[in-house]
Design a protein around this ligand. Sequence first.
Ligand code: AGP
Length: 608
Amino acid sequence: MCGVVGYIGDKQAAPILLEALKKLEYRGYDSAGVAVIDGGEIGVKKMRGRLQLLCDHTHDGLDVPGSIGIGHTRWATHGEPSDRNSHPHLSNNGRFAVVHNGIIENFRQIKEMLSGHGYVFYSETDSEVISNLIEYYDQGDLVKTLLAAVHHLEGSYALGVLSLDQPDRMAAMRKDSPLVVGRGEGENYIVSDIPAILSLTRDVYLMEDGEVALLTRDDIRFYNGYGEPVDKEIFHVTWDVSAAEKGGYEHFMMKEMMEQPEALKETIRPRLRDGRIDLSELKLDRDWLNDLRMVHIVACGSAYHAGRLGKNLLEKYLGIPVEVDIASEFRYNAPILHPDHLLIVISQSGETADTIAAMREARRRGVKTLAIVNVVGSTIAREADHVLYTWAGPEIAVATTKAYTAQIAALILLSAYMAQEKGLLADEERARLIAALEALPEMARQLLDDKERVQYLASQYFNHNDIYFIGRGIDYSLSLEGSLKLKEISYIHSEAQAAGELKHGTISLVQPGTLVIALSTQKKLREKMAGNIQEVRARGASVLAIALEDDGNIEAVCDHCLYVPALPDAVQPIITILPLQLFAYYVAALRGNDVDKPRNLAKSVTVE
Ligand code: AGP
């Protein structure tokens, strides 16, 4: 979970590398480094700590001469954050430099083999074996050498490689780790994520697993795993540069929360056509759809929480059993899979290792896979049988917001579309749903604009050390997400509980002053929730309720209440989660935390 970048052109490379690394820091930020070829040498500047330290140390790269270079921002997996474990790593002879994102699973064996040939290792990382393996297999041709070296690697890698013997070119390669090549005028780039080079170019090549790219100032060539030339389509990115900038907000998270109306509009509207739901982009076979017997939904973190809502939607609209699983559990639980099943994977980044592995497991066992994913060209998007994109745009803040609500919208569209195609969706039901979906962006806008009340309540509670969320049914799944949002950026201990389960144990933790956030947005469960709220209040808890505007009784049983508009059950979660996202944000900001880059976390978890 690191960020990789490379530049080759006529300008000084280091300042450009550092600027791009700033936009990759959400991928990992415990150390950073650059390597640049100049005057017959590869100059390396790398150090532990935030990228800013390296910028200060090199005067924003101006102290590092040379116009071809690679850069890296790290999230430690092998070897704790330190200067010597930072990337780039030089080969023993100093003639090759490598930056790596991913994990080399057989690095110990390789290290042993190379040590037997006299190689010395200066770091504890897995990545350093790559630079020495390249030296070991050096054939004087960067592409041939790289292919010979990676042939011995097991695991995942996105690589940027410099060679002193071929100082006019740079090589790159990817396997199970994201890497994109950018085409410029007289200069070219490699990068882990498109937003980081959007200010430099909009023309990119999406690399396939096992492909090598060879970049010079004026040319880019691609080769497959056998070293044979490969032609590739250029992909013109339409995202605006500001997508990568904060748009005037203090944090990317607030910017992305406020972008939810647009993200919902982008995700929903292209799929509503002539009073019908149109997901023909999925190319689902109608016979297959009619024979579909079961659905499995698999994902991690917030995407898993969206998946829980997907289970309710698919079971409601299709009337077939749906199982929802955490990917890291699913893949080792020997799931019961049959060809007449469907596996839906959900992922913002499209690069989450456990979700990828779960998808590959299902495919290996002949089960169709459908991915709901946000990043175009990501591994999941390219490997799934069917892909339903959430058009939420790039999401930079580690805590997902707009991608999560866009995922729920995608699940609503998918469930209703499959029911429509199977003739199970009544016209009035569809008309009601489409009307609610079309009204959603504006509803979200109004609620997000009215955020001051949430900010006030956060100022009342941001010093609490334990906060519990309770809810029933859909509200329980939303409580899980509300609690995760709070935990990951505020560092407050928080748990989400099915409200009816409290009295079977967790209520023993409730004492005077404990904050309980109670979600009560389903009319049929209001009475039950009122009872659960009184249970915790009787133990002295303070209760902040999230309730529907037409709930006339909730104020009698809680200390504070945040109201949300009452909508059809299917779309209600997208609105109900908004005040919980805002609450988490304001609490974290009031506690002075780094809201966009919370400790110990990274935006996409590309290792197990
Ligand atoms: C959520 O805010 C976190 N960033 C995390 O739980 C995330 O949802 C999880 O890692 C899954 O990521 P993905 O959607 O990119 O697969």
